[in-house]
Design a protein around this ligand. Structure first.
Ligand SMILES: Cc1cc2nc3c(=O)[nH]c(=O)nc-3n(C[C@H](O)[C@H](O)[C@H](O)COP(=O)(O)O)c2cc1C
Length: 195
């Protein structure tokens, strides 16, 4: 396996992160990688908001926890709030991500969503290749409209896709167990399946 392929296959998510996070130049390069996603119609349907440092991340925690509580979600107990705040307090960088929707154009919205997802994957790989850990979370009120609106993603034109926590992994968790390709790949030779 080439070193580059090994770099890809060695990526694994790390939920618990601490500083340091990427510096401004590295983060910019990571976003350049995010812009290299396949993108039908060149719509650039990915949007990112950087939330960096304890003050901004603390405000994100206040905003998101408040919005989830206001939505009446019974899962946001005092215990859960404490755990969320403790998790966020250690993280140097959060990137909120959304798909910008092109309504009624020639590119189906599903393809726009896939392009945005591919962009996130590039960002996660770029973080890994730059020596950082990352974790994609759709917690923190991702599906509460007030949260995405507070981040500037108006719900009419955006599908909010959650948060990427980026930093230095708090622990070395070793290689992830991955499925063998044979379990999800098959060959089609021209015979109609079921014929
Ligand atoms: C769109 C998306 C949202 C996710 N949201 C959560 C989440 O809210 N909580 C969680 O524990 N894992 C979530 N995950 C899974 C983790 O980010 C991670 O992929 C998983 O722990 C497996 O690790 P791996 O990426 O090394 O395979 C999400 C993954 C994706 C793709």
């Amino acid at each position: 396996m080439t070193d580059t392929l090994h770099a890809l296959t060695s990526r694994r998510s790390a939920k618990f992160l601490r500083g340091p996070g990427p510096d401004a130049q590295t983060l910019r390069k990571m976003f350049q990688a995010a812009a290299c996603a396949p993108d039908h119609g060149a719509l650039r349907p990915w949007r990112y908001v950087v939330i960096e440092g304890p003050q901004a991340i603390g405000r994100l925690a206040d905003m998101a926890i408040g919005a989830v509580r206001a939505s009446g979600d019974p899962r946001m107990t005092d215990e859960k709030e404490k755990a969320v705040r403790q998790w966020l307090a250690e993280i140097p960088l959060i990137v909120a991500v959304a798909q910008k929707i092109d309504h009624g154009g020639r590119i189906p919205e599903q393809e726009q969503l896939l392009a945005a997802g591919a962009s996130v994957m590039n960002l996660l790989n770029a973080a890994h290749l730059s020596g950082f850990g990352a974790f994609w979370s759709t917690g923190l009120g991702t599906y509460v409209e007030a949260v995405q609106e507070a981040l500037g993603f108006d719900a009419l034109d955006h599908k909010f896709l959650g948060f990427l926590a980026i930093g230095t992994p708090a622990a070395d968790s070793g290689p992830a167990k991955r499925p063998e390709p044979e379990s999800f790949v098959r060959v089609w030779t021209g015979e109609a399946v079921g014929a």
